[in-house]
Design a protein around this ligand. Structure first.
Ligand SMILES: *Cc1c(COP(=O)(O)O)cnc(C)c1O
Length: 390
């Protein structure tokens, strides 16, 4: 994929590091916006997928809003050019100081997930003498057919307000003098590749919208969350997700008045493919059962997904030698789950080879930790395969 020249330049950086292709990020944003614009949909970017300031500044320059799940994410969004009136703040557990900061900034809306939270935001807004715009996050009880750690809209999950509690929320809403309940919010999970799941979400959204309107609420905004999956198996063939099909499913399934604004909060599908983790082979050996093992200088501290979700990323040996052989690829951390691949067919690995772990732009760098006192990885930027001069 990389020219020889680019490969040699990659060796100038200390591995492991994240390499981002800003050209691909721009093309992805343009693709998403083109399809969303056809229906007048409003796009937000979920900062938790990748919060690198360069990436955020580029995304905000396209006019997207921001979906934040902490006070620090709200602050980072403001610092990188997202307009406060385009920022939504979601999350099951918001601290008082985070709520106060978001109220101060005058963000677009809080996505609230419990009666308890509504009462607290009402109280804090009252003390500040402001009215907070609020969307209720509804847990629609839908199985998104994705990994169990990234489902959020099943009845058993901790997220959102359960159907069984909605009537109580309606009953208490008259007392919430400092809240303006203007929206409904849904987010049922991540890495969703079965589009029929979004079709079922649309039916829930339609029913919930009609129910709230019948209860006398003036719902001006409906937020259907994010969750569109990407191709981890064959990233080079599917560099830009199928936004046409995705937004088309909502256009066909949602039945809302034209005056209701429809919002999306995409994370993974915007940034996953533009990032890869570049690493170097440290050692190779053979296990007791005769399996080839390559140990690379990246680990779960730079890319947690394989250890956390048992997820597989496509891996390329940029210095590939000859015919594919079967390898286990392990990281440096003292945890048995720190494995990038268990039985991968890949050209023979040698000490010093450069390795690319693909589709690492989302939930990669943003989940990095300093476990084992590892350094937080650098970000290196390129544009359509040409590296930036630094
Ligand atoms: C994580 C998250 C998103 C983004 O999900 P993706 O699967 O990355 O698109 C959107 N909304 C909320 C509330 C989230 O927590």
């Amino acid at each position: 994929m990389f020219s020889r020249e680019v490969k040699e330049r990659l060796r100038e950086y200390e591995t492991p590091f994240y390499l981002y292709d800003l050209g691909l990020l721009r093309a992805t944003l343009e693709g998403a916006l083109r399809e969303a614009d056809r229906y007048g949909y409003l796009l937000h970017y979920a900062l938790k997928a990748n919060n690198d300031p360069r990436i955020l500044s580029l995304i905000s320059s396209y006019g997207l809003g921001a979906d934040c799940v902490s006070g620090n994410e709200v602050r980072r969004a403001v610092e990188t050019g997202f307009r406060p009136e385009h920022i939504v703040y979601a999350g099951v557990g918001k601290k008082d100081k985070e709520i106060l900061y978001a109220l101060e900034k005058g963000i677009f809306a809080f996505n609230c997930e419990s009666k308890n939270e509504l009462a607290v935001i009402d109280d804090l807004a009252g003390r500040m003498g402001v009215v907070a715009d609020v969307a209720l996050r509804i847990n629609p009880g839908i199985d998104p057919h994705t990994h169990k750690y990234i489902t959020t809209g099943k009845a058993e999950n901790k997220f959102g307000i359960a159907f069984s509690e909605i009537e109580e929320v309606v009953d208490m809403s008259g007392d919430l003098q400092n809240l303006n309940i203007m929206g409904l919010h849904f987010h049922i999970g991540s890495q969703i590749t079965d589009m029929s799941v979004f079709g079922r979400l649309c039916s829930s959204v339609n029913a919930m919208y009609r129910w709230f309107v019948a209860e006398g609420f003036n719902i001006t905004d409906v937020n259907v969350g994010g969750g569109l999956g990407v191709d981890y198996d064959d990233p080079d063939s599917n560099r830009i997700p199928d936004f046409e099909n995705y937004f088309g499913v909502f256009a066909g399934g949602l039945d809302l008045p034209a005056s209701v604004r429809v919002h999306f909060e995409l994370g993974r599908s915007i940034v996953a493919q533009c990032g890869e983790l570049i690493s170097t082979v440290l050692f190779t050996k053979v296990s007791g059962e005769g399996r080839k093992i390559a140990l690379i200088d990246a680990s779960m501290t730079e890319l947690l997904r394989p250890a956390l979700y048992n997820s597989a990323h496509a891996i390329e040996n940029l210095d590939g030698h000859g015919a594919p052989e079967e390898y286990m690829i392990g990281g440096t951390v003292c945890e048995s789950s720190d494995i990038f691949a268990r039985n991968l067919m890949i050209p023979a690995m040698k000490r010093g080879d450069l390795i690319s772990i693909k589709t690492a732009g989302a939930y990669g760098a943003s989940m990095a930790s300093r476990y084992n006192l590892h350094d937080i990885p650098l970000s290196v930027f390129g544009d359509n395969g040409v590296l930036e001069n630094v």
